[in-house]
Design a protein around this ligand. Structure first.
Ligand code: SF4
Length: 88
C-alpha cells in the first residue's frame, strides 16, 4: 500500500536557529553549517518559503518539530490541503 506524504512548509528567513526541529526530527531537519538556519531535507525554495515533503513514518516527529518551533514557522499539510501561510 502506498504511504501518505505530507508537505512541510518552512518560513526559513524567520528561523532563529534554535535547533528544536533538528532535535525532534533529525531525519528531516538540519542546521545549515553556513548560515545556521534550519533546512528541510530535499526542500525547494518557493518564494519566501522552503517546501519539502515527508512520509507518514516521519509525521509524528515532524508534528513535534512544528509544535516546538518557538517562532511557528513550520507548517505541515496533508497533500491536497491548502497552506495557512497566505502567500502559498
Ligand atoms: S525550530 Fe523553528 S526556529 Fe528553531 S531551528 Fe527549527 S525552524 Fe528554526
Amino acid at each position: 500500500m502506498k504511504k501518505k506524504t505530507y508537505t512541510v512548509t518552512h518560513h526559513r528567513k524567520k528561523c532563529i536557529s534554535c535547533g528544536a526541529c533538528e532535535l525532534e526530527a533529525p531525519q528531516s531537519w538540519t542546521l545549515d553549517t553556513e548560515d545556521g538556519l534550519s533546512m528541510i531535507e530535499g526542500a525547494l525554495e518557493k518564494g519566501q518559503f522552503f517546501v519539502g515533503r515527508i512520509l507518514e513514518d516521519d509525521l509524528e516527529d515532524n508534528k513535534r518539530a512544528e509544535q516546538n518551533c518557538p517562532v511557528h514557522i513550520i507548517k505541515i499539510m496533508e497533500n491536497g490541503e491548502t497552506s495557512s501561510f497566505s502567500s502559498l
